[in-house]
Design a protein. Structure first.
Ligand code: 5GP
Ligand code: ZN
Length: 129
């Protein structure tokens, strides 16, 4: 059986599921949006709080970022703690959250549009680690 197109590493912006979420042709539960970033709830949450932050521009993975993307990556990282608290993560140090970027097949990446997982809330979580 062939892989669904959105799972293929060679996904282009035209057939990318997260580009479709950016375009609004696939619905999502948005938690934040600006000119270059979008954040929305993960459809299959591993933790009480689980949302994704993505660049609106199609970048296949963290491994595809280039010189000039530093500000974009910095904005995502700066947004994560703010949205984590807004979305119900408990405060540091007893609470906190996890930021995770799966990159490539061995890195566990299934959707090939750069996305930053933000996970938090009371334990246990569905994921093992
Ligand atoms: P990855 O394994 O690529 O790091 O994670 C992809 C994440 O995207 C998974 O946690 C999965 O649940 C989520 N996801 C896949 N398709 C959709 C979708 O159509 N909508 C939303 N909101 N999340 C999705
Ligand atoms: Zn995309």
């Amino acid at each position: 059986m062939s892989e669904p197109q959105h799972l293929h590493p060679d996904t282009t912006a035209e057939d990318c599921i997260f580009c479709k979420i950016v375009a609004g042709t696939i619905p999502s539960h948005k938690v934040y949006e600006d000119e270059e970033l979008l954040a929305f709830h993960d459809i299959n949450p591993w933790a009480p709080v689980h949302f994704l932050i993505i660049p609106k521009r199609h970048i296949a993975s963290l491994g595809h970022t280039q010189a000039g993307d530093e500000a974009l990556l910095g904005r995502i990282m700066a947004l994560a703690p703010r949205l984590a608290l807004e979305q119900g993560c408990n405060p540091y140090p007893d609470g906190g959250f996890r930021v995770q970027i799966n990159t490539g097949t061995e890195g566990g990446q299934e959707v090939h549009h750069l996305h930053v997982h933000v996970l938090g809330g009371a334990r246990p979580w569905k994921m093992a680690v």
